[in-house]
Ligand binder design. Structure first.
Ligand code: UDX
Ligand code: ADP
Length: 465
């Protein structure tokens, strides 16, 4: 079967870039990305490419290439579903904030709404592809909804998890390590799998396209993220030991990374991992394990999250203890709010928790991030619901200039590893700060020796001197 028409429901960090690359690589396929959020769709259609709703290096160029040719962004969801042979579900699946599985399980209400809408609208057979990260066995729930609608339409469900990493999404999509496609092991299932394989084959070498059963595909996504996050928590655990013992975590990471069995990636000690996937997926894994009564398995993976929380709290505690055990009324500047560099995404960013801890101690915070907008910062803090939103606005300001942000502050904390921080005139920054002027580098990106020469008192995460 040859797919001619794709619909993707959800124009977010996953759906937007993924469909843009598919459209660019498959000019014969019409790709329509739809979303209930009209302003997001309007932003995707904006003539000015700098106004796209998400920032990803290189994305604007490909959008320019494909948009209006075979790539379309629309709010007419029914029409796009009706026309499509293949429908990707890329809606958000946040951690549940209510009811059974609260704080752990994925909230599948958006996925379910999509499935119901597909069932209601479809008049012809469709392949439905799960792109959002979903807990194991979600496919069967989708299948149930689709198959019990009374319409005489055949649906095939595939799981095709996304492994792109934000900040490098375009490159990850163009040159993926692997593409994973899970489907039913019967004839119809295999035809559906092949239809999706044919799409990726436009640009991905065949040996990198893996076919599995649907549960393996779903579980592989959760497992990949759990393993990656575990590496970060492992090195972060060692960072604390380094600080006590006089070792340097960067030297340790370098030394162990040269062991080819361990490998050098994902060994950067940090103030804690963030992003929309790691925490959510591990919590999901923990919840699934608990559901099966596998308490040791659940506890094992939960420790990765506990370590991450500890790392964030340890960083804010370090700031407080260094500033003579009180930050009340003191101005602390945050360089970076995004959960990593080269993205405007702030979901689960370590900066949020660190700020929240310091605000609880009545610190004044001034935030500068090259890509994150002011209202996003306030929305992130409000989501934690720790204090009155007006208090957040009184204690925390968001600046668009790093020099202005750091003026008259007692300390600067690096929360995101943006490259531009390394290029600043740190002499100038120092001159305008209250002395002693402190720098807390939560990302290990600055040249501490140089800063100390200027006069800064420095804390480098994971370093024992
Ligand atoms: C992750 C997975 O990498 C990707 O495959 C999946 O599809 C979605 O989740 P993403 O969340 O975009 O991608 O970012 P990633 O680069 O994995 O980083 C996650 C967090 O870990 C960031 O906060 C990052 O700063 C932190 N991190 C990463 C470290 O602290 N140290 C490291 O060595 C690597
Ligand atoms: P991700 O990082 O998984 O892409 P995002 O939150 O960036 O998550 O994107 C998910 C998108 O899905 C949002 O823009 C949201 O408006 C959209 N969405 C959620 N539910 C539906 C739905 N039922 N129909 C269409 N779009 C939806």
């Amino acid at each position: 079967m040859r797919v001619k028409n794709i619909c993707c429901i959800g124009a977010g960090y996953v759906g937007g870039p993924t469909m843009t690359v598919i459209a660019q690589k498959c000019p014969n396929i019409k790709v329509t990305v739809v979303d209930i959020n009209a302003s997001r769709i309007a932003a995707w259609n904006n003539e000015e490419l700098s106004k796209l709703p998400i920032f990803e290096p290189g994305l604007d160029e490909i959008v320019k290439d494909a948009r209006g040719r075979n790539l379309f962004f629309s709010t007419d969801i029914d029409k796009a579903i009706d026309e499509a042979d293949m429908i990707f579900i890329s809606v958000n699946t946040p951690t549940k904030t209510y009811g059974k599985g609260k704080g752990m399980a994925s909230d599948l209400k958006y996925v379910e709404l999509c499935a119901r809408q597909i069932a209601r609208v479809s008049k012809s057979d469709k392949i439905v592809v799960e792109k959002s990260t979903l807990p194991v066995r979600t496919a069967s729930a989708i299948k149930n909804i689709l198959e019990n609608t009374g319409n005489d339409v055949q649906f095939q469900i595939l799981s095709n998890p996304e492994f792109l990493s934000e900040g490098t999404a375009v490159n990850d999509l163009l040159f993926p390590d692997r593409i994973l496609i899970g489907g039913d092991n019967n004839e119809r299932g295999q035809i559906a799998i092949q239809a999706l394989v044919d799409i990726y084959s436009y640009w991905v070498p065949k040996e990198r396209i893996l076919k599995t059963n649907i549960w393996s595909s779903e579980l592989s996504k959760l497992t990949a993220n759990a393993f990656l996050a575990q590496r970060v928590s492992s090195i972060n655990a060692i960072s604390e030991l380094c600080e006590k013992s006089g070792a340097d975590v960067h030297e340790v990471a370098n030394a162990i990374g040269m062991d080819s069995r361990i490998g050098s990636k994902f060994l950067k000690a940090s103030v804690g991992f963030g992003g929309s996937c790691f925490q959510k997926d591990i919590l999901n894994l923990v919840y699934i394990a608990k559901t099966y009564g596998l308490n040791e398995v659940a506890d094992y993976w939960e420790q990765v999250i506990i370590m991450n929380e500890h790392q964030k709290n340890r960083f804010s505690n370090r700031i407080i203890s260094t500033l003579y055990n009180t930050v009340s009324g003191k101005k602390i500047t945050f360089f970076g709010w995004a959960f990593k560099k080269d993205t405007n995404d702030t979901r689960e960013s370590a900066a949020i928790k660190v700020a929240d801890n310091l605000l609880s101690e009545q610190a004044k915070i001034s935030v500068y991030d090259p890509k994150v907008e002011e209202e996003r910062v306030y929305a992130d803090l409000e989501y934690l619901n720790s204090r009155n939103p007006d208090d957040n606005r009184e204690l925390l300001t968001v600046q668009t200039n790093p020099y202005k942000a750091s003026k008259d502050s007692h300390a600067i904390a690096i929360l995101t590893e943006w490259d531009e921080f390394k290029t600043y005139d740190w002499q100038k920054i120092y001159r305008n700060m209250i002395k002693p002027a402190f720098v807390f580098d939560g990302r290990g990106i600055l040249d501490i020796k140089k800063l100390e020469k200027i006069g800064f008192v420095c804390y480098k995460l994971g370093s024992g001197n």
